[in-house]
Structures are given as C-alpha cells and as structure tokens.
Ligand binder design. Structure first.
Ligand SMILES: Cc1ncc(COP(=O)(O)O)c(C=O)c1O
Length: 375
C-alpha cells in the first residue's frame, strides 16, 4: 500500500494553530466549557456524569449515542449508526472498506485532503472540480464523464470545505439517480450540515434518501466540540457497517466513554447550541461582509451558503501564498492559503484563501487586519 502523503492542511495547522495570535481560518464553531455543556443537561444526566466509569464501550458506539444520532435522521434507527473517533477515522475506514485496488473513485476538488489521498492510496481516483466561475456548483456532466465501468464510489461534501457551497436538492437528487443507475456508493461528508444560512437550502442526509449512501458527521463543527472526537457514519447498508466495525477493531476499538456521554448531552440540547452558534455566525458574517465590501480592490467575496468557512479570492499581485505568509509572520494573522488545497487530481483555484467565521475571536483578528490595511 502506498504511503500516505503529508496532510498539508493538518501540517500547517500543527505548526501555526496554537501559535498564531489571530486564528482566522478555524473550521469549527466556538467551543464551550464542560460546565456550560453540563448546564444544558438534566439533573439525572449530571448525576450519571458524576458516576461515569472509564470502561471500554461498544465499538458501534453506546446505545445512548446511537439512539441520539439516529434521531437526527428521518428514516434510520440505531442499527444504521456506527460511531467513530472523529470524522477522520470514518473517512479512513469507509474508504478502506469500500474500495479495492481495481476500483475507481470520483472525488470533488478542492477537498479536505484525506477524502482524496486516502482513496488515492487504494485505487485510481478522478477529480471533479468546483469552480468559482460556476459559483462553485457541482457540474453533473463532469461526474458522468468521469464515471468508468469500475467506478465504485463518488465522494461529495456540502456544505463544502472550503467554499461553503451547498448544491440544490435537484442537483443532489440527479446525482443520486446517476449513482443508482451504476450501483455506485455515494459518500457524503456532511460535517458542516446544520450551519446553512437558511433552513430552506439544507440538504437531506444522504443515508436517509439513498440505499448506497453514507452520511459522515461529527460533533466537531456545528456543535463546536472537536475535542470530544466523536463522529459517525450512518447508512442503510448494514453489511457495510459491519465490515467497517471490524476494521475499527484495529484502530480506536471504541470511543472514549466520557466523550460519548457528553456528545449525547449536546445532541439532546441541539436546538440550544445551534441557536447560539447561528447567532455567532450571523454577527461574524456581518463584519466580514462589511470588511470585504470596503476592500473590494483587494478581495472578491461572496457570502457562503453554509458552514463556518469561506473562500475569498485575493486580488493582490504578490499571490495568496506570499500574502498569507506575510500576514502570519509579521502580524500573527492566520489565514489558510489556497495552495494548501492543491490537488493531484483536479483543478483548484490559485488565489483564494480560507477564512473561518465560527469563533468569536475572529473579530479581534479582523480588527487587526483592518488596522494593517488602513496603514
Ligand atoms: C470536510 C471535513 N471532513 C472531515 C473533517 C475531519 O473532522 P474531525 O476533525 O472531526 O475528524 C474535517 C475537518 O476539518 C473537514 O473539514
């Protein structure tokens, strides 16, 4: 098996995330303290928390977690849910359980790198690019053109990292029809779901509407609880879930029981947490919209459809990499240059950068950014 290449984004984050003074490209929502989370729970939950032990738990996930997660799907029950240590473990396991050497997979670009490099370490992969000129939309003709007789999987991610694009329900349904005709798995990374600008554009979860669909989700992004490391895959394909569970025996074996417990509390308080998080996004987007309007000569920006990251274009002559490096090294402002998203299989724009608007501290960074540009 080929060695996986360095994960460019995670390497960049390892170097800078905890050192940069102004972190302005985070992909998660503002987190909360343990106390704040427990305050959302019932007296009984708090008592159970105090009496929790540290035993191994079920590889599939605790019955409580699987039930709370299943409740967020329209047609699924606990048996359709397999818990993972974050979304990342889910991507690794799903790709290894679905794909074999002679298969072919189609992945959108730009992408969260592991969704490309893990399948590419197993079989041939083709990229289908989302392009700024096409409003980052998914071109289904390009998907059709990329399909081969041995295509086994198409991997999508909406709301999209890094553009925040949400495709229309019509496009999603057409994509499902294309996949169904050829008996292809659809792996849908839905980790930014629930953070759409309006509920009207929220897509259904693929596992609810396609028999060969896998929905990937996690507590990291819309709930702002990445430290729990609790993710899951939902699917109607019980045989595949079983195969994935067996692979998980070689990886994390099971999740941390305190983390699953806290994830259940968060899922039960979903409405509260999401309301707070939408408010943060709304405030931050107002500031970002005004900033980018003021600096139209330097940036091209359209408010993203969903998620808590966006992908403006830098119009300055020195290129986005130099621009981001200068901001980081001279002023401690951390943006994510689009060069990090460079793909081996499809086009990625050269002069964009990622900005994150899920955290309250973005506002300090933006103030500093404004000050630098004013000078
Ligand atoms: C699209 C996408 N999928 C998966 C992940 C991995 O999520 P986690 O850190 O919860 O494993 C990320 C993290 O940034 C992501 O952006």
């Amino acid at each position: 098996m080929p060695v996986l290449p360095d994960f460019k984004l995670e390497t960049f984050f390892s170097k800078w995330e905890f050192n940069a003074k102004y972190h302005m490209c985070a992909s998660d929502m503002e987190s909360m303290t343990l106390q704040e989370l427990l305050n959302l729970s019932s007296d009984q939950d708090r008592e159970n928390w105090n009496n929790l032990n540290f035993k191994y738990i079920e590889t599939y996930g605790s019955p409580e977690l699987r039930l709370a997660v299943a409740d967020s799907y329209k047609k699924l029950s606990s048996e359709n849910i397999l818990a993972f240590a974050g979304a990342q473990e889910g991507i690794y396991v799903a790709m290894h359980c679905i794909l074999q050497e002679d298969d072919h997979a189609i992945i959108i670009t730009p992408n969260y790198q592991s969704s490309e490099t893990i399948p590419a370490s197993i079989c041939e992969v083709s990229g289908v690019g989302l392009e700024a000129d096409n409003n980052w939309d998914l071109d289904l003709q390009k998907i059709k053109d990329a399909i081969r007789p041995n295509t086994r999987l198409i991997s999508i991610n909406f709301p999209h990292n890094p553009t925040g694009k949400v495709i229309s329900i019509e496009t999603l349904n057409d994509l499902i029809n294309i996949a169904r005709e050829q008996d292809i798995y659809l792996f849908s990374d839905e980790v930014y779901r629930l953070m759409e600008r309006s509920e009207g554009i929220r897509l259904p979860q693929i596992a609810d509407i396609y028999e060969k669909g896998l929905s990937l989700n996690v507590m990291s992004k819309s709930y702002g609880l990445p430290g729990l490391r609790i993710g899951w895959i939902a699917s109607q394909d019980l045989e595949l879930l079983d195969k994935m569970e067996k692979m998980k025996h070689y990886l994390s074996i099971c999740n941390s029981s305190p983390s699953e417990f806290l994830a259940v509390i968060a899922l039960k308080s979903s409405a509260n947490i999401l309301k707070r998080n939408h408010k943060i996004i709304e405030n931050n987007l107002k500031l970002l919209n005004s900033f980018f309007t003021q600096h139209r000569d330097l940036f091209e920006w359209n408010e993203p459809d969903g998620g808590c990251i966006g992908y403006p274009k830098y119009l300055g002559s020195e290129g986005v990499m130099t621009f981001c490096e200068r901001l980081l090294e001279e002023h401690g402002i951390m943006l994510l240059p689009g060069t990090i998203y460079k793909s081996a299989i499809g086009p990625t724009p050269n002069n964009h950068f990622r900005v994150g608007y899920g955290r309250i501290a973005m506002q300090d960074g933006l103030r500093k950014f404004q000050e630098i540009l004013d000078n």
